[in-house]
Every structure is written in C-alpha cells, then in structure tokens.
Design a binder for this molecule. Structure first.
Ligand SMILES: [Zn+2]
Length: 123
C-alpha cells in the first residue's frame, strides 16, 4: 500500500485518503480578464506532463481536507516529499532523486541472462 504523508496531519496515510489535483505552482495571471483566449488556454489547460520528477497538488480528501504539494517520481510513483500549499518549490538533493528513481528492470527476454558466476560477483 502506498503511504502519503499529509504535511498538515503529520502522518503517513493510505493513498485512498488522497486525491491528485494536477500540477503545482501554476501562477494565475494577475490580469486574467485582459488576456487573450490563447493565453487563457495556455494557463488553464497546458501542463508539462513531465516524465520523472513532478511537482503536484494533492488533497487529503478523506482526512483534513486540505490541499498541499508533493514531489513525486512519475515513473516509479515514489513520493520524495510533501509540503504545505503556498511554500516555495523545494530544492532536491541527489540522494532524494536517486531514492525515488525506478528500480532497474531485469534484462529483456531476448537478451541472455548473466551467468550465475557473474550474478554472484555482483553481490
Ligand atoms: Zn491531512
């Protein structure tokens, strides 16, 4: 079961208590009534959809109900950290990024398996 830490409740809770709410740190234009339809479309609909490290909004729907931000690896689905809404984008360390990286896959079926002696040496 995937556990997500709510930065308000300060607890690791099951993912079924949470709801993803899209990309974080999207700044609403100050002059939104004056922008063109194309500019509004860009602000409202266009997202980075990054493969890898993503900054997202989440809501603790079945808990405190509050919105917060999370940093997650979209490939491995591992959460790196969560932080309160309104806080700046955190700087990530190499260790944090590596810890959330996906586990390497085994060699494909058409590739030869390493011999047992090589596997033993790798340990
Ligand atoms: Zn909460």
């Amino acid at each position: 079961m995937l556990l997500i830490q709510c930065p308000y409740c300060q607890e690791d809770r099951p993912e079924i208590e949470f709801q993803g709410a899209g990309e974080a740190h999207i700044a609403r234009p100050a002059n939104i009534a004056d922008i063109s339809d194309a500019e509004f479309s860009e602000y409202f609909f266009i997202r980075d959809n990054t493969k890898g490290i993503v900054f997202e909004r989440w809501r603790h729907t079945h808990g405190c109900g509050r919105f917060f931000n999370a940093v997650r690896n979209s490939i491995s689905d591992k959460f790196i950290m969560t932080y309160k809404a309104g806080e700046p984008k955190p700087e990530l360390t190499e260790e944090q990024i590596k810890a959330a990286a996906p586990i390497s896959k085994k060699p494909a079926a058409d590739k030869p398996e390493p011999s047992p002696s090589k596997a033993e040496k790798a340990k």
